[in-house]
Design a protein around this ligand. Structure first.
Ligand code: SF4
Length: 260
């Protein structure tokens, strides 16, 4: 059985704190047979462009500081992105858009993310997802989403002392995150707030919750989500989280490319 049993608190004898232990446990999870088979099959067969690379092929833990005040929640790892590199949003087009925006706002040390050892660091921001294994067609089943929830619940519990804002990318992530917030002891309004881009929901005695269209290729290529729209949501959430942000980003280019 999988499931978090991860105490918070200071570093243990293994040198890991609560988040570190959580991340280590996540990478060994095999609770969803369909996703285990898929992530490993993709890692074996690979995409031709990455044929010379060793794929990660395992669950992907969160990425970013363990005392982050802003949490960004996506959907699930991409088959040839995070499932290849082993780091959230790293190595795919969605990540290019997201990291560019974080860099423009001064929240990332570099504008791109190509590999887990590329030296990229995030400032006060952590990236995670409600499903940790790459799903076929980017579509986890409701059962897989629910099976994976305890990992996110524990991550929220461990981050809670410092967490001030949560940005959820897309409606699927929104649906998955609301019950995780509740399970983590946070007060989500009833009826549950509906996802929309730019929406902000205040959780009593907890972080503010922001909705943002997902940084998927479908959204960014069509202009449904522009770099300016993404920056605006991240700017608001980071400011509320108390993070120093650049006003309009380093690349304030309206109508420009969605990524670098
Ligand atoms: S999706 Fe989550 S619960 Fe399912 S195998 Fe992956 S890490 Fe485990």
């Amino acid at each position: 059985m999988h499931g978090p049993d991860v105490p918070a608190g200071p570093e243990g004898p293994d040198g890991l704190d609560g988040i570190g232990r959580l991340d280590a446990r996540i990478t060994g999870c095999r609770a969803c047979p369909r996703l285990v088979a898929w992530r490993e099959e993709v890692a074996r067969t690979k995409r031709a462009a990455f044929a010379d690379q060793a794929y990660w092929g395992r669950p992907v833990p969160g990425f970013g500081p363990h005392d982050a005040s802003l949490l960004i929640v996506g959907l699930a790892p991409a088959a040839h992105g995070a499932n290849r590199t082993g780091r959230m949003f790293t190595g795919d087009r969605s990540g290019e858009v997201l990291f560019r925006a974080l860099y423009d706002l001064g929240l990332a040390s570099r504008p791109d993310a190509v590999a887990a050892d590329d030296g990229l660091t995030l400032h006060g921001v952590r990236l995670t997802s409600p499903v940790r294994c790459a799903p076929p067609a980017n579509k986890p089943t409701p059962a897989e989403r629910d099976t994976c929830r305890p990992w996110l619940v524990t991550e929220l519990e461990l981050l809670r002392p410092t967490l001030r804002s949560v940005v959820v990318l897309g409606a699927f992530g929104w649906q998955a995150t609301l019950p995780a917030l509740t399970a983590a002891g946070l007060s989500v309004p009833r009826p549950r707030p509906v996802f929309s881009h730019g929406t902000r929901v205040a959780l009593a005695d907890g972080p503010a919750l922001y909705g943002c269209f997902h940084v998927s290729q479908r959204n960014t290529f069509t202009g449904r989500l522009t770099p300016a729209m993404l920056r605006a949501v991240l700017h608001a959430a980071a400011t509320e989280a108390g993070l120093p942000v650049r006003p309009n980003g380093a690349a304030d280019q309206e109508g420009g490319e969605a990524d670098s």
